[in-house]
Write a new protein. Structure first.
Length: 162
């Protein structure tokens, strides 16, 4: 059963790349098992070709594989950009200022006797200081700033008055 599922997965066009994984690897579309029993137009046309014509056609397909892969890479980047834009529409930016009240998420490793009724947050706490920290690629250390860095690894850190 697994080989059939894998064949179906590899022969399905991906929306992110616009191509099938099989075609990106082998340079041509997979022949479905049904096309062998009931010949399709593609199978009939290939059967009528002489060996030299078939080899030339296959050679031409293989020459275009790299172009297909580059096209799939570009489509993948566009797909990621669309997904990021859709995700960013739902994200609300938060600003933490000194003196504001915040809740701290509880992350407990020990089981609690209250079970699912255990509170998920602790607090409220008062923010003493808020700053941004990110991993600096030049010094391989953490930098601290009063506003977000341009890198995507930045994270806002709060000092809480407990």
């Amino acid at each position: 059963m697994l080989p059939f599922a894998l064949h179906g997965y590899r022969a399905t066009v991906r929306s992110s790349t616009g191509a099938t994984p099989f075609s990106l690897v082998y340079g041509m579309e997979a022949v479905l098992p049904l096309e062998v029993e009931i010949p399709s137009l593609r199978v009939i046309m290939e059967a009528k070709l002489s060996e030299a014509e078939w080899c030339q056609g296959r050679y031409d397909q293989l020459n275009l594989v790299e172009e297909k892969r580059l096209d799939a890479l570009a489509r993948g980047r566009l797909y990621q950009t669309r997904m990021k834009t859709a995700f960013d529409k739902k994200v609300r930016p938060r600003e933490f200022k000194e003196g504001k009240l915040v809740l701290k998420r509880r992350i407990s490793q020990q089981p609690d006797p209250r079970g699912k009724w255990t509170p998920n947050y602790e607090g409220p706490y008062v923010v003493k200081k808020a700053f941004f920290a990110c991993l600096d690629s030049y010094t391989h250390g953490w930098c601290r700033a009063s506003k977000p860095c341009e890198c995507r690894y930045g994270q806002e850190i709060l000092c809480l008055d407990i």
